[in-house]
Write a protein that binds this ligand. Structure first.
Ligand SMILES: [Zn+2]
Length: 470
């Protein structure tokens, strides 16, 4: 009896492994944005965690032992990559006490506790949104633990991380002993901090190049330079937050590899475009985050249906500022509520510049990687990417260009060995892909019409993921 149970068990394991082993997706339309290639009646063979073959069904035979999934009428793309998220932020109203202090409503340690407890839920919402890899562009040292946990979790995106931001300004409100933003005052400090970061093997070093009248571009520039030198000596790439043209130019001149956010103060000029092109810079525009702080504070939040359905409902519930008692409302929110028209005008002005700049850079052949800055107030982990796609479309990018930004281009920003094996559906690449019910090339809104998400060769009908049934 015992033996029979053991045998049955062994058999079931064998069957499971055989199922997980080979999968053939047949009859679908394969879209490989990296090459702009579209294959009707395609076959994709997955063997374990990797793609074994992909292309025209005539050229690829379906292995006899494969589990066959019929994708007739459907569209197969590489899994999406959001190249700008922050896991130390929840996206709720309490997540940036340095911007709006609501610690009398929810103390910051409670907020961070909530974030840590809900990490696996956050991971799963990324998968539900078809996002199979993300880049965390800065947070506390516990970010490195987040990467480790995510990369050991099936229902999680692959995660690349930067550690704490090397910053020109201090943010003491976020310091609970392991601050996400560290003010660096000297070249020596910068070098020492990069060495400390390097011990954790970051995928990127991030500089927060914040400029205002008290912090001019040139005063922080030697620190930027030292950070670049120290990082590049260790073969670590550097990403720079720079939203003004002259700050971004200085960052690239000093050796930045990645620019995060758009230039929002003026149109980019030819010299700047040429500089980005010559230096092979990757730029991540994060258009959505520019609207979300202001819209949240002005009670004009424009969450998409995807965000409402797949975002964390607890996070979304906090974003109604009218529920905060009047005496606890920070001035910044009171002001935005009082002048909501002016707040929306400011957002429109920023978007006018940023969207035009995106189109200029895309037309010039600069590598653009899609990213949201999810985790910031009102920018929802996971589905915020679909709002980013809308804004990229408004900027004039074609659906093919947009899916290229979130797959092949984004993989370059992700970097490393993993980055070299994601973002495309080709032999040897990780089997991270999405199956859509409608064609994203007809309309980018179809990019969220998800049927199935496959990550690391494991098939998830979306209904089985967090918020899948809603
Ligand atoms: Zn960010």
């Amino acid at each position: 009896m015992k033996f029979r149970v053991a045998l049955a068990f062994a058999w079931s394991i064998f069957v499971l492994e055989a199922n997980a082993g080979k999968i053939a997706l047949v009859n679908g339309t394969l879209i490989n944005p990296g090459t702009s290639q579209i294959v009707q009646k395609a076959t994709v063979v997955i063997d374990g965690e990797r793609v074994a073959a992909a292309g025209d069904a005539k050229a690829i035979s379906t292995p006899k032992d494969a589990r066959v999934i019929d994708c007739k009428g459907e569209f197969i793309l590489p899994g999406y990559i959001d190249t700008h998220v922050h896991f130390f932020q929840s996206g709720d109203l309490y997540t940036r006490p340095d911007v709006v202090d609501l610690t009398s409503v929810r103390p910051y340690p409670e907020e961070v506790g909530w974030i840590k407890r809900n990490l696996s839920d956050t991971f799963e919402r990324y998968l539900r949104s078809g996002i199979t890899s993300v880049v965390d562009v800065g947070g506390p040292f516990w970010n490195f633990e987040v990467r480790k946990v995510a990369n050991a979790t099936a229902k999680a995106p692959r995660v690349a991380v930067a550690g704490p931001l090397i910053s020109s300004v201090a943010r003491p409100q976020l310091d609970l002993g392991d601050p996400p933003i560290v003010k660096i005052d000297s070249v020596g400090q910068a070098r020492e901090f990069v060495r400390k970061l390097a011990a954790e093997k970051p995928d990127l070093v991030k500089i927060w190049y914040i400029v205002d009248k008290d912090h001019p571009v040139d005063s922080f520039r030697p620190i930027v330079r030292a950070t670049m030198e120290e990082s590049h000596t260790r073969k670590i790439r550097v990403a720079v937050h720079a939203t003004e043209l002259e700050t971004a130019r200085a960052a690239v001149e000093e050796g930045a590899d990645v620019l995060v956010h758009s230039v929002i103060d003026k149109p980019v000029d030819d010299a700047f475009v040429k500089l980005l092109k010559d230096r092979h810079i990757i730029l991540c525009p994060t258009l959505v985050v520019f609207e979300r702080y202001g819209r949240t504070f002005a009670n004009k939040l424009n969450l998409t249906p995807e965000e409402k359905a797949w975002g964390n409902p607890e996070v979304i519930a906090t974003l109604d500022v009218t529920k905060i008692p009047q005496d606890k409302l920070p001035d910044r929110i009171k002001k935005a509520l009082g002048e909501s028209g002016a707040t929306l005008d400011r957002i429109t002005k920023i978007h006018d510049v940023a969207l035009k700049n995106l189109k200029t850079l895309e037309d010039a052949g600069i590598t653009i990687a899609a990213g949201t800055d999810a985790g910031n107030i009102g920018t929802i982990h996971g589905p915020a990417l679909f709002r980013e796609f809308q804004l990229m479309q408004e900027a004039g990018l074609t659906p093919m260009q947009i899916v290229q930004c979130t797959t092949a281009n984004a993989a370059k920003l992700f970097g490393g060995e993993t980055g070299a094996h994601i973002g495309k559906i080709e032999r040897g690449y990780f089997a991270d892909l999405v199956i859509l019910r409608s064609n994203p090339l007809d309309n980018i809104k179809n990019a969220s019409d998800l049927d199935t998400v496959i990550k690391n060769g494991v098939v998830y009908p979306v209904g089985e993921l967090a918020a899948g049934s809603r």
